[in-house]
Design a protein around this ligand. Sequence first.
Ligand code: SF4
Length: 360
Amino acid sequence: MTASGIDLYQFTRAELSDLIAGWGFSRVHAARLWNYLYWEQAESIEAMADLPAKVKGKLLAETRLGVLPVSLATDSSDGYTRKFLLALPDGLQIETVRMHFTGRTTACISSQAGCAMGCVFCATGQRGFSRHLTAGEVVSQVVHVARLLKRAGEPRLRNLVVMGMGEPLHNYEATLRAMEIVSDGAGIALGAERITISTVGVVPGILRLAEENQPYSLAVSLHAATQSERAALVPAARAWPLDQLMEACRTYSTRTGRRIFYEWTLIEGKNDGVEHAHAVGALLRGLPAQVNLIPLNPTEGYSGVPGRTSAAKVFQQVLAEHYQLPSTVRQRRGIDIAAGCGQLAGAARDAAAGSVVGAD
Ligand code: SF4
């Protein structure tokens, strides 16, 4: 099945206004349409009752509302996480996760169907890449979660992490366009500082974020502090070696003035030892950084096991005492529903807490 018509979710507010004005209608109708999309989170063009018939008729003829139907919804046993499989028009499926922590909700969304980065421990990476998502498909996931909250009478969505399926900086244009739309103050209005883009280390994308001074938070999945160890876990490190990655991170922090969240998936016996803590501490010395330690989410295609809590605590102590590096240890919330690639739940908690600093 393919969808016909232009997806309304792909437009910024200014573009939507130009579209409506270009058809000879008043821009007032564009403002109403925008409200239907992002305040009302309408589920169809037909449901937009206050639009004049002529405008609605043109919209129905030329456009579509890219609402993605839910194929499957699963709750985690801890009650914090609900994962949705959303169906794309071409039959592919993507994951969107809603997480509740400390009274706030975070959406974790996908940027691609599948992923080309091939991280060995990641279920998405093990399945390979299908295609990039459009900006509209990225926005639609955010609207999906916002709509659920609105219907349930819950506080509005505050936090967003682009940490689901895919590598967002491998789909830079669509991802950044979508972030512009969902952070528009007249719509979903997510604060840019409450949006976190997570990359496995796509150096050109990090440099572009820096060059454009994009206002979003950045998380970089490190997992190892030497090139050979990292390349064994993250094949993308062969294309963008560790020294280039760290140089790009330095440039990013210098240009934007922002620290980076460095993600470290703890794998027992592989990267959770005292020597690894010293290695990452030395690597990040002098950089504005926070390290997020995440016990591995086991996947069928990888034999590694999660690092123990005791090892994580020692790791944190080394970072704090020897390198004055703040760090967090994240819980693997929603693990029984395989919530993403091992980075989702902790990020949600950090985001819900408002950029946590310091060990916990
Ligand atoms: S961890 Fe992220 S970047 Fe790596 S394969 Fe999985 S989805 Fe892709």
